[in-house]
Design a protein around this ligand. Structure first.
Ligand SMILES: [Zn+2]
Length: 265
């Protein structure tokens, strides 16, 4: 499991380029997850699921031809607009593909062992949709947080990146810590300061990072959240709620990257 590179790919540059291509394709699917899962969870998507109907323009329903659906390339070929109605294709879809391509390439470049890059790719696939969906819909669906937690436990069991007991205690401690903060805040203010999705997300991050670094994840997420509150959201009144998931996700993957660097060294 800990071989330096996949068989047949000895050149690091070639491997990074292949990783970027895989990242763009995976990013294209993650874009579908970000667009469709909220409707599926909230019941507003009708019979739509991740696979059906096929890729289409959300404005006019135009079904995309194969060449209109190539990650990164099609957006450039079409000038960022639907071929039929000429409405703009959301820039966020391009960003998901681009960021995924860059992240996959960078992680396989910096951590060339399978036990280095593969866990990072898996964590990215869980956290990116959660961060995007929470930032747009204030929603952290169970169908994403729960598999992410299990994926963390299984990853450590398979790749020995962390002792599984640390990951198990991390999941339990992550849940317990935010549940306690949630209850204390509710008792003292009568309001809900967090969603249950945040509690489950920290449990998943506990499974990925281990219980020892949970305070660091939570503190970093809170600091990023405070910065984001003033910088990104420009709140016009103090009572405005902002999603915590994107900041917690950034903190979680940041800490896991630092841990991966330590393991790689
Ligand atoms: Zn259209």
């Amino acid at each position: 499991m800990n071989g330096v590179m996949p068989p047949g790919v000895e050149n690091p540059l070639v491997f990074s380029a292949i990783s970027a291509g895989i990242g763009a394709i995976v990013g294209s699917f993650l874009g579908v997850v970000c667009e469709r899962v909220p409707g599926m969870v909230l019941g507003s998507a009708g019979r739509e699921n991740l696979w059906l109907p096929g890729s289409h323009c959300p404005q006019c329903g135009h079904t995309l031809a194969w060449w209109e659906n190539i990650p990164l390339l099609s957006w450039c070929l079409l000038g960022g607009r639907c071929r039929q109605c000429r409405n703009a294709i959301p820039l966020r879809l391009l960003m998901v593909e681009l960021l995924s391509a860059l992240f996959f390439a960078a992680s396989s470049g910096f951590f060339p062992t399978v036990s280095g890059w593969l866990p990072l790719w898996i964590l990215w696939c869980g956290l990116l949709p959660l961060a995007m969906i929470d930032s747009r819909h204030m929603l952290l669906p169970d169908c994403l947080t729960q598999p992410l937690l299990w994926a963390g436990l299984l990853t450590h069991a398979v790749f020995h990146t962390l002792p599984v007991t640390d990951a198990l205690f991390g999941a339990a401690a992550g849940y317990a810590a935010l549940w306690l903060i949630y209850q204390l805040f509710r008792l003292s203010t009568g309001r809900e300061g967090l969603g249950y999705g945040d509690i489950k997300l920290l449990a998943a991050l506990g499974a990925w990072c281990g219980w020892q670094v949970l305070p660091l994840v939570l503190l970093s997420g809170a600091i990023l959240g405070i910065i984001g509150y003033f910088v990104l959201y420009k709140p016009d009144n103090a009572s405005r709620q902002i999603p915590f998931g994107p900041f917690l996700s950034c903190a979680g993957i940041g800490v896991f990257i630092l841990q991966s660097a330590h393991i790689a060294i």
